[in-house]
Design a protein around this ligand. Structure first.
Ligand code: URA
Length: 252
């Protein structure tokens, strides 16, 4: 949520229903019972209009607990292996790693792009459609860095091929944008992408005769996945961190 924009107002029952606290009727009952408290005083009228500011969670409690983050939520998740970036596929989903109530939010939280089921690392999620589109828009040039473990030793020409801007992936008719490569050792490298094609990193290494055995994203734009954020854990992003996604230095 922008710090300068005037906060929109919503009826209390609409605000809490959109955050997944229940139906408007149930919220009416919560409010009547004095269980919704704003700035220390119960809000008993569910039709009272509330200014939806970013600090609302610090000022409102529901049944004694801080209000969930209001719309404008952005978070980083350390995606573990074996979890899918989808709202509806079978098996464990990234949304299952978040508080249960958040699955009923409207607007819904969505991942900003996807990671394969067998890729771990930095995933952004937001309920802010404009922010999501800004991050994925080509003109924002938000680069993504991946740490790659390979099955076979690098031959030595991969970095030049990836940075050439001419590498064509199987089944495609447009060459890849140049990719930066940092070689760590014979079977480990980091690649920085400026676009996101389907299974791009795995297909790039397949195109040069290798095979990716482990893939981990550790950076999006100017924001790194913190080393102390364990697999499966998430953190809500502040405005400065959101801006860091767009800011340099671009990952090398
Ligand atoms: N490239 C891949 O191959 N997989 C991902 O999940 C992301 C980039």
């Amino acid at each position: 949520m922008s710090g300068t924009a005037k906060a929109a107002t919503l009826r209390l029952d609409r605000l809490l229903a959109n955050l997944g606290y229940g139906s408007r009727r149930e919220i009416g009952q919560l409010a009547k019972a004095g269980l919704v408290v704003l700035d220390g005083a119960p809000v008993r009228d569910a039709d009272r209009r509330i200014a939806v500011s970013a600090d609302l969670s610090a000022r409102m409690t529901v049944d004694g607990e801080a209000l969930d983050p209001p719309p404008g939520l952005a978070l980083m998740l350390h995606k573990p292996l074996g979890v899918t970036c989808s709202h509806k596929e079978a098996g464990p989903l990234v949304y299952g790693l978040l508080p249960e109530r958040w699955r009923r939010r409207d607007p819904a939280l969505s991942t900003v792009g996807r990671l394969d089921k067998e890729t771990s690392g930095f995933l952004l999620l937001t309920d802010d459609g404009a922010l999501l589109h800004r991050i994925i828009a080509p003109k924002s040039n938000v680069a993504k860095r991946y740490q790659v473990t390979l099955d076979r030793p690098l031959k030595g020409d991969e970095a030049a091929i990836f940075s050439s801007g001419t590498l064509m992936l199987e089944g495609e008719d447009k060459p890849l944008l140049p990719v930066e490569t940092q070689v760590h050792d014979a079977t480990h490298a980091a690649v920085t992408l400026h676009e996101g094609r389907y299974h791009q990193v795995r297909r790039m290494f397949a195109a040069v005769g290798n095979h990716v055995v482990a893939l981990h994203r550790d950076r999006i734009g100017g924001l790194a996945l913190p080393e102390d954020l364990e697999a499966g854990a998430y953190r809500i992003l502040g405005e400065a961190e959101i801006q860091a996604v767009f800011a340099g230095p671009r990952p090398a």
